[in-house]
Each structure stands twice: as C-alpha cells, then as structure tokens.
Write a protein that binds this ligand. Structure first.
Ligand code: TXE
Length: 481
C-alpha cells in the first residue's frame, strides 16, 4: 500500500486538508494506494513555489535545461521495471504493453525533447532598414492535466517540452492512476532538480483540476482527457486568455479497401481496435470493410480476436487486461446494450469473462465485435473507449469517406490498401488530424499530434510542442538612425 503525497517545492507532503482518496487496482479491486484530495489551497502553494523558481529556471540556457531532461531520462530508465509494474497495477493493462509502450516511451519522451532543441533555429527576417529577430520565451507556469489510459507516457509528453522551454510545471495526474506520476516526482527529487520547477498535485478533476485551470497565475493549460471535460476546461481558460491545448476523444475509422492485405495485417488491425482494451484515443473502433472482402475479413478478424488472451495483467502472455474501473465498464456495457437496441448483432464478446476468484472484482470485459448497425447510429458514432468495435460494409470509396467523416470526432484513421496513392488521396479527404496507411500508431515523435472537430484544439509533438510551450517575441531593430 503506497501513501502518495503531493510534490511541492521539492518536498513530498499531504494535502493541507489531510483528506485522501483511495486508489484501487482495477483488475483485483484491491486498495493499492491513497492519494491526497487536494484543493485550491494546495494549488496555491504549488503556484507560489513555481513562481519563485521561474526566474532561475527560465534563465538557464536551453542546453542546461536539456541536460536536466537527460538526467531524468537516465534515472527513469533505471526504474523501468518498476514503472511498468506500477502502470500495470494502476490501470489493469497488460505488463507487456506497460513495458513496451508506457515505460519505454516515458524515457524516450525526455530524451527526444532534450535532443530536439539542437535543431531549434532562431528565425530572422531582414528588411532594408531593420532586422526582425524572433525569440522564444517560456509561457510561464504550465498546468498539465493528464488522463488514466497512458499515465506516464502522456505526462512525460507534456513535462519534457514544458521544462526544456523554461516553464515551471504543475501537473495534475488522473486520480485513477497516480502511481507513476509519483515515481516521476521521486526521480526528479533524487536528481535534485531545482525546487519548485516541477510540482505534482493529486486530487479530483472537478476540485483540484478545476482550481488549476482557474488559477490566474497559470499561463498555459495542456489537457488530455474526455471531450466533455475539455469543454469545461476551455470554457474556464478561454476568458482568461490562457494558452490552451486540448487532446480529446476519438471515434476513429479503420478503412479496409478491396485490395488490402488484411490476412497478413490482421494482428495489426486487431491491435488498433483493442490495444489497452480499446482505451486509447487513437483506437480504430469502427472498421469499414469493402463488401467484396467482407466475409473473409470477418472470418479472419473474429478468429484472431477470439484467440487474444484475456486475464492477469501481470502475466506476460496476457493480451487484454482489465478496464480502468467498474464504473467505466458499466459505461462500456451500456453501449453494448444500446447496440442491441439499435439493431446490432454481437458477433463476439459482450460479456464479463470468468477469470476465477482473484479477479472476480476486476473490471474485465471480453473483446466485443458488433455488426449490422447503421453507420450513423449512436453506438457507431459516439466514443465508447473500451474493447468494442463496430463493423460497417461499404461499396464505393466515396461511401467509406462519408462513413468515416460521419462523427463529431476527428482524431485519427487508418487505411489498409496495396494502392498507397489511392490511400493518400483518401487520407486527404478525411476530417482527422492523423491518418496511418498500412500501419497504426506508428509514431515519429517529430510529427504533429492532435485532432480536429470535437477531438481537440492545437497540436503537440516535436517543434509543435516546443512552440506551444513558448511565447514568440519579435524584436524589430531599426538601423537607419
Ligand atoms: O476523463 P476526464 P475520464 C475519454 C473517454 C472516457 C472519458 C472520461 O471517453 O470515457 O474521456 O474519462 C481531470 N477541470 N478519455 O473521466 O474526466 C481529471 O481529473 C480540470 C479520452 O478519466 O476528462 C483527469 O486528470 N481537470 C482520453 C483528466 O482531467 C479536470 C483519455 C482527464 O479526466 C476536470 C481518457 C475539470 N473540471 C479518457 N474534470 C484521451 N483523449 O486519451 C476532470 N479533470
């Protein structure tokens, strides 16, 4: 049992009110930690610490700050196994996923941004009689709010560029998954990062998170989470003119064209639907299949998904673990019921698996494949964020594009075809921020990440992150006196 504390001004401490929130392992229902139930008073403390630290931190050279990031990466790497284990216990995700994705990426995020600054250029625009020099200033105190599906992966994705550009940080991890954020605070404490530069406040979103967004001295908010919460964050931050980045939900289409090599890619297509039990904003939760290959595709797909092993998240052979909570499972199950009401047919799954006494209180759900739904039904267009995919037939490419765009979300899509030229021309007509062709979640950290419509505002990744975490200032010097 871990007693997690806030990390403020280089010190671990309880919330001022001393209240706590229980943190459960969603696979077993066991109590694994308590976290502070922080409020505005704790945010105030952290803001004051960050404000004090800001002059010193922002005045370091960018290389000096990059060296701090490298130290964080090295120290995190030493605790790789611990990160993976904590992440698996806290989220219910399979340990192999926690190792290959969460623990690996958290380290590489810090290294990537530390190295990227080598390529930063300071643009200058000369005029006949003057020179414009553009400089990058840190935005100030950055509020970073992160969700439960990829806890340290997404936190490090924000912390690294924020710090390297000279901001001080107040992070608010999801109350459901606090453990690896706490480990990051330990790492940062161990390497002796100047106090106040990095702070973590734990607590509920509507109390602690809301106070962070509302705080007048927080200059920038980077938020990843649900679209509904994103609306509240935007409503609060916009009138205060805070810099804002919102990475929200998705209802991504996987488009299988007539000529797709779906047999050799079936594992990748299944992975795109069910990675992390479908709890990744990029998951392809609607599969659009050309009618000429519908039957063989479905035979292969159903066979492959039914062979995915569901069970103990800490077992290396497990492909699917538990959902994040019993409440979230109920939400996902309500969509399965809705699908039946809407005329859908459950081809696979839809039930809670029998996994024995140890996991009887866990939030497990079988991977679920549904066909026969209208492409514009609620089940087919709303974000479920669980191990549920809907399958839709199409005849013409035009129909596939129409179905893919028929949702309020616009995050990502994947297209599977041997004709990559056709794939690219379809990609350009999809209303999404990202499209993968013959792959999925193939990430180059330099490229812009983010969505359109209700999937968010702004882009992070590579230089786009560095830009987001800075204010550009143009200095125009007139020569001709
Ligand atoms: O997210 P929330 P939840 C989607 C998915 C899921 C739904 C809800 O559909 O079912 O969102 O998940 C903090 N001011 N995604 O409830 O509530 C909160 O404490 C400031 C997609 O976990 O949006 C947490 O730290 N902060 C997503 C963070 O916001 C607030 C991944 C996200 O929580 C707040 C996760 C407030 N008023 C869920 N209220 C993705 N895009 O990857 C809450 N928070």
């Amino acid at each position: 049992m871990i007693h997690v504390q806030n990390y403020i001004n280089g010190t671990f401490r309880n919330s001022i009110n001393n209240n706590c929130i229980n943190n459960l392992n969603p696979a077993t229902g066991d109590l694994i930690a308590t976290i502070p139930k922080s409020d505005l008073n704790d945010i105030d403390l952290a803001v004051n610490a960050a404000k004090k630290a800001f002059p010193l931190w922002s005045n370091l050279t960018i290389n000096e700050r990059a060296n701090w990031l490298k130290k964080i990466a090295n120290e995190l790497e030493k605790r790789f196994d611990e990160v993976a284990k904590l992440e698996s216990k806290d989220t219910g995700k399979p340990i192999t996923l926690a190792k290959n994705v969460d623990a690996t990426r958290s380290v590489s995020n810090f290294r990537f941004f530390a190295n990227l600054i080598e390529e930063l250029e300071n643009p200058e625009f000369g005029m006949d009689d003057a020179m414009n020099t553009i400089i990058r200033k840190p935005a100030g105190i950055a509020g970073l709010i992160t969700p439960w599906n990829l806890p340290l992966y997404l936190l490090s994705w924000k912390v690294a560029p924020a710090l390297v550009m000279g901001n001080c940080v107040i992070a608010k991890p999801s109350e459901l998954t606090p453990l690896t954020a706490n480990l990051l605070a330990e790492v940062i404490s161990d390497i002796g990062l100047p106090k106040g530069v990095f702070n973590i406040i734990h607590g509920y979103g509507n109390e602690c998170g809301q106070s962070l967004v509302e705080h007048p001295d927080i200059n920038l908010i980077s938020f990843t989470g649900g679209t509904q919460t994103g609306k509240i964050v935007a409503k609060t931050a916009a009138p205060m003119f805070k810099k804002l980045s919102l990475e929200l939900g998705g209802k991504n289409a996987t488009i299988i064209l007539e000529d797709a090599d779906f047999i050799s890619n079936i594992d990748k297509i299944a992975r795109s639907a069910f990675l992390n039990q479908g709890q990744v904003c990029l998951c392809g939760s609607r599969i659009l299949v050309h009618e000429s290959i519908y039957t063989p595709f479905m035979e292969n797909f159903v066979k492959h998904v039914s062979s995915m092993r569901i069970g103990d998240p800490l077992d290396e052979n497990t492909a699917l673990g538990s959902l994040i909570s019993l409440e979230h499972r109920e939400k996902v199950e309500s969509y399965i019921e809705l699908a039946i009401e809407e005329g859908g047919k459950i081809l696979l799954g839809g039930k809670r698996p029998e996994l024995g006494e140890k996991f009887s209180r866990g939030a497990f759900l079988e991977p679920t494949i549904i066909e026969g739904l209208k492409f514009n039904s609620r089940t087919s267009t709303e974000e479920i964020f669980g191990p549920v995919v809907t399958i839709h037939r199409f005849k013409q490419v035009e129909d596939a594009i129409k179905i893919a765009n028929c949702t309020k979300y616009g995050l990502a899509a994947s297209i599977w075809t041997k004709d990559t030229e056709l794939g690219e021309s379809i990609a350009k007509r999809l209303d999404t921020g990202m499209v993968w062709i013959n792959c999925w979640l193939h990430r180059d950290l330099r490229v812009p990440f983010g969505g359109v419509k209700s999937s968010g505002v702004g882009r992070e990744g590579g230089f786009y992150s560095l830009e987001f975490f800075t204010e550009l200032q143009n200095i125009c010097t007139f020569y001709d006196l």
